[in-house]
Design a binder for this molecule. Structure first.
Ligand code: AMP
Ligand code: ZN
Ligand code: FE
Ligand code: FE
Length: 282
């Protein structure tokens, strides 16, 4: 039984539509999959309509967060009620600010002679999706400036690059509170990959746990064996549920669907902590 709790579609920076993503997961033998597009629930209905057989869809989102000292953190919200307006308002604020943020990044690049227009980036953004750096990366590929998204990030777009600009985002603590208030469960995504420079300390995990955090994404491509071991110990100490997932982005990233998975026992426990049964079945 393969359970993959973190994937992206064309409603953010994945390259498969929600329908294609669900079909791909079913063909690949995934039993339970979460759709977690960046800062949006826009793909839920289409993905739900593609559910077949025994496949189960977990509605979710990966929420971009900024700590008070401006470090980027990703928080997975699963099984929350999308009718809970304060969470939707926070997501909308983030999505809206991604537009001026993109324009600022384009300006910084233009000042260095890398000429791209906002309109060109929009051509790479699927309709109704959350705008992100990967769409800028795709523009750089089309213009022949780089060969792949990966190269675009390595050379121009990484968090520590001089062209990087952040966007409005909730703090990780506020994101956890919003997800829980919406009846969902909160799992911190790849805690050691989004913060390579300054690793999260045990105190950060303690604070998040106090805010309502339910789990830690331990098994993820961006974590080495030692990091996974360290995170397992933290999870055990703080009574947090361990998850594993692919962070699949279609052809937008190397990650393959189901390459890391969550155990059925851990999933059952996590699912039981949501305030309602929101898994989508046929
Ligand atoms: P943004 O949300 O606009 O800040 O963009 C961040 C997203 O870019 C991440 O969530 C990843 O999905 C994607 N990303 C980061 N690094 C890479 C990479 N090397 N190749 C492809 N996509 C990446
Ligand atoms: Zn992404
Ligand atoms: Fe992420
Ligand atoms: Fe992701």
């Amino acid at each position: 039984m393969k359970i993959d709790l973190h994937t992206h579609s064309t409603r953010s920076d994945g390259t498969m539509s929600p329908t294609e993503l669900v079909q791909h997961a079913i063909i690949d033998g995934i039993s339970i999959m979460a759709l977690t597009d960046h800062d949006t629930v826009a793909g839920w209905d289409e993905a739900a309509a593609a559910v077949r057989g025994d496949f189960q869809l977990v509605p979710g989102a990966e929420i971009s967060c900024l700590t008070e000292d401006h470090r980027s953190i990703h928080m997975l919200g699963l099984l929350f009620d999308r009718a809970y307006q304060p969470l939707q308002d926070a997501l909308e604020l983030s999505r809206d600010d991604r537009v001026p943020r993109m324009k600022k990044m384009i300006e910084l690049m233009a000042a260095d002679g890398i000429k791209i227009t906002f309109e060109e980036v929009l051509e790479h953004q699927p309709e109704g999706s959350t705008l992100g750096r990967p769409h800028l990366a795709d523009t750089l590929v089309t213009k022949g400036i780089v060969k792949t998204r990966d190269q675009a990030f390595a050379e121009f777009l990484a968090n520590d690059s001089k062209y990087y600009v952040s966007h409005i985002a909730p703090t990780p603590i506020d994101a956890v509170k919003l997800i829980r208030a919406a009846g969902g469960v909160a799992v911190i995504a790849h805690p050691y990959s989004s913060m390579r420079d300054t690793k999260m300390s045990i105190d950060n995990f303690v604070e998040l746990k106090a805010a309502g955090l339910n789990g830690i994404e331990v098994d993820h491509r961006d974590h080495g064996n030692e990091e996974r071991q360290n995170l397992r110990e933290i999870a055990q100490e703080l009574n947090l549920i361990i998850t594993g997932s692919s962070d699949f982005h279609g052809t937008g990233k190397l990650n393959l669907i189901g390459e890391n998975v969550t155990s059925p026992e851990n999933w059952e426990q996590l699912e039981s902590l949501a305030n309602d049964r929101r898994v989508i079945r046929k």
